[in-house]
Ligand binder design. Structure first.
Ligand SMILES: Nc1nc2c(c(=O)[nH]1)N[C@H]1C(S)=C(S)[C@@H](COP(=O)(O)OP(=O)(O)OC[C@H]3O[C@@H](n4cnc5c(N)ncnc54)[C@H](O)[C@@H]3O)O[C@H]1N2
Ligand code: MOO
Length: 646
């Protein structure tokens, strides 16, 4: 393949970029470590990769060993023994007591198990069947024969390998040095991780520690440099030093097209750029190059892009430097719960949550932003949308690469619906009480949750939907939207809803009438959210036209997002729960008590999911933890409020 150079923010297809980069590095002699293999003690060699085959120095066992407790004998003496003609053997002359692992005494070649022997007296035993030569004996080299190869070159040493090396008398082993990866964080805005309260505009350098741990996980030795400002001369200096000290140099950020994105220019000065820009999302502006015979990579700054680009490009380089290949991830077939639209022309990596609902594994896409690291923390798998696809429809069968073991996914409780802080507390107690269980929650509003139940995409939904006609919570909506679906409705809590306002309530907001004031900006919840229904209900009762409210169109998906908008001054008021206001230091003006319930699909309430959740809801410490958040009343927590037949 012809190597293309110096193309600025091109969009190389992924397979071409991955294979092409390794070919490019190979041609440049940059896929070979410049440091020589080193000898390390076998005991400390786990996780290292052998640079040469390892041959046994000793046999194991290295002497004939008794394999059983009993008497060592010369087998020939026992031939012909039977019940009718028992054979007597003189102790210390013909038979010698031995224990498992003992050296076989001179002149003997078999061991009679102690169970097969009659002790006739202190000096004599009797047997009633013969024994064959080498029966119950571990002969020299039974396990390992001296000179035999224990492991080949390019072998990643595991605990069993270490055992075998030591058994074979090999105490030192020649391994590749761990590829030393110099990580250079760049950017004027960065402050070192651990900085307690970064000023606005300052960003904690959390990528370097994260990339360092990935490097370690992939068998490399990370070397973290301190933050380099956006200055081309200083960056060049850092890269030069990195090329001297390291086997691979990774620059983190400055890879895109911004005014201060110097990675590619520096690399062009010191070496060669193979690609700048790959048709992937996230991770597009990755820079792949070489300088001084060593791989140099520019990893984008957004954290999800950084992890993905490192996985796709750095990991294979580290593997190749020690003769390894990157293991493929396991895959699972899943049904997509929501539509995924993706731009054609790039291969997109969509993070998904997975859960088993009945017969199917359901995949729910998580947030797509390249800066949303928590989505990667919560992801169970990655759905790849191919380059020339525009995405997948809801309900389609897709293949998902697993980030967690399938067993964990089988034990995941899937909650979809309205957001409540108590769900996080449930997740925590679930883990404490049942270590193999976990809870995954997606926030799509109360109505969205009921619809997800109807489609069989969750075990349960969190819901607080007020019926405007009857003033009753949840049951009328369940009858309307889940007719014919067997469900069990269980109370989680009553909670206070009210106005979340800035500390001290500077705008003096007391009632819904205040929302139409000119100096008041609202932050709203999305349509279908129970809190939105509550707001609209009160507005209608008072005959207030929502169009008169500033910010009515501005929608957020969680109570915490509403509180954050108020706390940051983007809005003056939002309707939400007291706990969210307290959590972000806002003030709270209560307006209503509402009922927040959990609606289970009945088979899951009756199965292990219900068993787990009943244990959590009944747990006194769980109740205390929820009440401590403020604004919750758990008087009916765990009570079944409504059962619907199928
Ligand atoms: N005009 C264009 N702008 C951008 C493009 C583009 O193609 N044209 N690509 C976008 C994409 S996609 C990505 S990804 C980013 C990549 O940006 P850079 O690699 O140049 O990184 P920065 O701009 O310096 O930072 C982006 C972002 O990441 C944060 N960051 C950087 N380093 C760290 C670190 N060590 N720890 C934590 N966070 C870090 C940084 O503060 C920014 O928020 O460019 C888009 N723009
Ligand atoms: O492609 Mo960038 O890497 O999405 O955020």
């Amino acid at each position: 393949m012809k190597v293309q150079r110096n193309i600025y923010l091109e969009e190389k297809p992924l397979p071409e970029a991955q294979e092409g980069y390794l070919d490019f590095l190979r041609e440049k002699g940059a896929l070979k470590l410049k440091r020589l293999p080193e000898k390390v003690s076998a005991e400390a060699a786990c996780g290292r990769v052998t640079a040469a085959p390892v041959f046994a120095r000793l046999s194991h066992p290295h002497f004939h060993q008794a394999a059983m407790d009993g008497y060592a004998v010369k087998a020939a003496l026992t031939f012909g023994a039977s019940e009718l003609a028992p054979r007597r053997l003189k102790l210390g002359v013909e038979a010698f007591p031995v224990d498992t692992g003992d050296v076989l005494p001179e002149g003997t070649d078999a061991v009679i198990m102690v169970e097969d022997v009659h002790q006739l007296g202190p000096d004599e035993i009797e047997i009633i069947k013969p024994i064959f030569p080498y029966q119950n004996v571990r002969v020299v080299g039974e396990d390992i024969v001296a000179t035999e190869m224990i492991v080949p070159a390019n072998h990643l040493l595991r605990p069993v390998d270490i055992g075998a090396l030591l058994a074979g008398g090999v105490n030192e082993v020649l391994v590749y040095p761990r590829p030393r990866v110099v990580i250079i964080p760049t950017g004027d805005e960065l402050v070192p991780s651990g900085t307690p309260d970064p000023a606005p505009g300052r960003i904690i350098d959390f990528n370097s520690p994260m990339l360092a741990e990935l490097v370690r996980e992939w068998g490399g030795e990370p070397v973290r440099y301190s933050i380099v400002p956006d200055d081309i001369a200083q960056l060049e200096e850092a890269v030069r030093r990195g090329l001297e000290e390291g086997d691979v140099v990774v620059l983190n950020a400055g890879s895109s097209a911004g005014r201060e994105d110097f990675t590619a220019p520096v690399l062009r000065r010191l070496g060669e750029v193979f690609a700048h820009g790959v048709a992937i999302k996230p991770g597009k502006p990755v820079v792949l190059g070489e300088a001084a015979g060593k791989p140099v990579l520019g990893i984008p700054g957004y954290p999800v892009s950084a992890v993905l680009a490192a996985e796709l490009f750095l990991r294979p380089v580290l593997a190749a430097l020690t003769g390894q290949e990157v293991p493929a991830r396991d895959k699972v077939r899943a049904v997509l719960s929501r539509r995924v639209v993706s731009p054609a022309g790039v291969e997109e990596f969509v993070r998904v949550k997975l859960g088993r609902i009945g017969e199917r594994i359901v995949a729910t896409p998580l947030g797509r932003g390249a800066g949303m690291l928590l989505t990667l923390v919560r992801a169970d798998g990655i759905l790849r949308v191919p380059r020339f696809s525009e995405g997948f429809e809801a309900g389609s069968q897709v293949e998902v690469e697993l980030l967690r073991r399938l067993e964990e996914i089988e034990n995941t409780v899937v909650v979809i619906g309205s957001h409540d802080l108590a769900l996080d507390i449930i997740a925590n107690f679930l883990r404490l009480l049942f270590p193999r269980a976990s809870l995954s929650s997606a926030h799509v509003g109360s109505l969205g949750g009921l619809m997800a139940l109807k489609r069989g995409e969750a075990h349960l939904a969190g819901t607080h939907l007020l019926d405007e006609e009857t003033g009753e919570y949840n049951v009328p909506h369940i009858k309307r939207y889940l007719a014919g679906v067997p469900v069990v409705l269980v109370n989680l809590a009553y909670r206070e809803q009210g106005f979340i306002v800035a500390p001290g309530n500077p705008k003096g907001i007391k009632d819904f009438e205040d929302l139409v004031r000119e100096d008041v900006r609202l932050v709203n919840r999305q349509k279908g959210a129970g809190t939105r229904v509550l707001l609209d209900y009160h507005l209608r009762q008072r005959g207030i036209d929502p169009r008169r409210i500033q910010g009515y169109e501005r929608e957020e998906y969680t109570h915490m997002a509403v509180a954050a908008a108020v706390a940051s001054g983007v809005a003056d008021v939002g309707l939400g729960i007291r706990a969210a206001a307290l959590a972000l230091g806002c003030d709270f003006v209560p307006v209503a008590e509402e009922r927040y319930d959990l609606c289970f699909l009945r088979p899951y309430w009756e199965g292990k999911v219900g068993e787990w959740l009943r244990a959590v809801l009944d747990h006194p410490e769980f109740r205390q933890a929820v009440e401590a958040r403020g604004g919750y009343d758990l008087r009916d927590c765990g009570r079944v409020l409504y059962v619907q037949e199928g």
